[in-house]
Ligand binder design. Structure first.
Ligand code: ZN
Ligand code: ZN
Length: 278
């Protein structure tokens, strides 16, 4: 079955998500993977894999994806992960290589919050800290573009050309935050990484909803819809993609709660559950 594709301007996101089950996304450009779930074939084309954490609903499929890529003789894979889990992940992959009597072509790159990785033309990933029960990173995707530096604004075109021929750099690089992916996180994320409120597309988990599950977010370090409701006025994003819904709930339940509790935000909220948009 082919998962749905969400399009936001130049960004395309496909993926699959259910809490405790399977969560992975592929983001174009540049075609990288955010988590690998239990191992989706759609990820075999991804040259870069960014893992948020080691919970198996996000990371189990890593050896499978590397195996598929090796089978198809695809180029080297770069795997990025929180530094704290790099050793265990390396041993996990090595065990799979032993079982298959094969060698996968990959490098493992441990990351800490603040680390930046170029991932394609003008695109950079940046790791940030989130609030989960095991070491976990979120990721920002930045898009850099060149524009005229303010010091040269208003100058006639001939003058700018003459400056440039004399070797003066009249441009500056500005970065737009295209996408933020929080991975699994509790509600402290809103204080820890307020930049997520300003990314063009925010991919945020929403595991719990309903009154009887109200305290579960804080307790299990996941988000409850009520946590999102409390910050509803702060979301400046063009689109918010909610995913990682617990199997207790139906996608229709989440959509109904979003319409009822987040009326201002509802039109910008996309719900991605099990490869379908709800
Ligand atoms: Zn999870
Ligand atoms: Zn988790």
């Amino acid at each position: 079955m082919r998962p749905v594709e969400l399009r936001f301007g130049d960004l395309r996101i496909e993926g699959w998500s259910r809490a405790g089950d399977d969560t992975w996304f592929r983001v174009h450009p540049p075609g990288l993977a955010l988590d690998v779930g239990r191992g989706a074939l759609q990820l075999a084309g991804a040259p870069d894999i960014f893992l948020t954490h080691g919970h198996l609903d996000h990371a189990l499929g890593l050896p499978y994806v590397l195996s598929q890529r090796s089978l198809h003789r695809l180029v080297h894979t770069r795997v990025f992960c929180p530094a704290e889990i790099a050793e265990a992940l390396g041993a996990f992959i090595a065990a799979a290589e032993k079982l298959e009597q094969a060698r996968y072509r990959y490098d493992l790159h441990p990351l800490a919050p603040g680390d930046r990785v170029p991932v394609g033309k003008g695109l950079t990933m940046e790791a940030f800290a989130v609030d989960h029960v095991v070491p976990t990173l979120g990721y920002h995707l930045w898009h850099g573009r060149r524009r005229l530096a303010p010091a040269f604004a208003g100058l006639p075109a001939e003058e700018l050309i003459s400056l440039r021929t004399r070797g003066v750099d009249t441009a500056e690089t500005v970065e737009d935050l295209w996408l933020s992916y929080c991975g699994d996180t509790g509600p402290r994320i809103f204080e820890m990484e307020p930049r997520i409120f300003r990314s063009r597309v925010l991919m945020m988990e929403c595991t719990f909803l309903g009154e009887e599950h109200r305290d579960k977010g804080e307790r299990f370090k996941h988000l409850h819809l009520g946590d999102i409701e409390r910050r509803a006025a702060d979301f400046r994003n063009e689109a918010v993609v909610l995913h990682h819904l617990s199997r207790r709930f139906r996608v229709e339940d989440l959509r109904a709660e979003v319409e009822r509790r987040l009326p201002e935000l509802a039109s910008r909220i996309h719900i991605l559950v099990e490869g379908k948009e709800g």
